[in-house]
Design a protein around this ligand. Sequence first.
Ligand code: SAM
Length: 280
Amino acid sequence: MSGIDSLPPLRAVIAEHGLSARKSLGQNFLLDLNLTAKIARQAGDLSGCDVLEIGPGPGGLTRGLLSEGARKVLAIEKDARCLPALAQIAEAYPGRLQVIEGDALQIDPLQHLTPPIRVAANLPYNVGTELLVRWLTPPDWPPFWQSLTLMFQREVAERIVATPGSKAYGRLALLAQWRSDARIALTLPPDAFTPPPKVSSAVVHLTALPEPRFPADPAVLSNVVARAFNQRRKMLRASLKGLAPDIEDRLIAVGIKPTERAEQISLEEFCALARAVAKT
Ligand code: SAM
């Protein structure tokens, strides 16, 4: 037996290594290997790709990524208790799994990866959102990753893919959709996890676009969007007042009514406004 067939079931791994789930580390494990393989498949064609996995835990998704053909998986895990279970997987897939113990927010994994690179993770939600924002705002575009396949609380997933006019629409949707295609690939009920979290989850798949959908300076766009949504109930002429003394004229010049609210403004309009604001 080789590969995944030589590995014990995840429940046995958890019992053997005493991996009782810790709330402080956001540990809700996926133990169904059919499900982890299905999530791995959402990440696209993994053959010939290095995959960065954050928070492998006992390794359910890691096994899925390897069995689905990843050239190499680099896994960063904060909980040292998981390392022996991950070492067992590394043994079953010689040369294809590298594990780094540490906090993914503090580690730069790029020196260990060769393009093309995909990212896959079932992470604690707060860490996931922080990393997503970092991955979406690199110093240069295109980013190091070809795609991101990430588990979120369903409500956060809906914010990432939201469109204008909906309550979920805001900074996260604009940030995600400006330079990537974002879609919900799967939704999962709480009982897919051990222990079950309080809310449903969803896997979001983002693919990096070669170039932004519409031109804009990233810092200016981010500032415009932040101001507009910080006071999302206000009309734009009020929420954006601090941006330029003649903001009403600039809004009108790009075809946006100054009495509109942030929720109604499309990505294309925000980009046009960012360009108008950047003009001196
Ligand atoms: N991927 C595994 C699965 O699907 O069963 C575990 C998922 S569990 C929701 C989150 C994992 O992320 C845990 O193993 C936890 O220890 C790890 N983790 C939490 N914070 C982390 C951080 N800052 N850096 C790296 N790993 C982290």
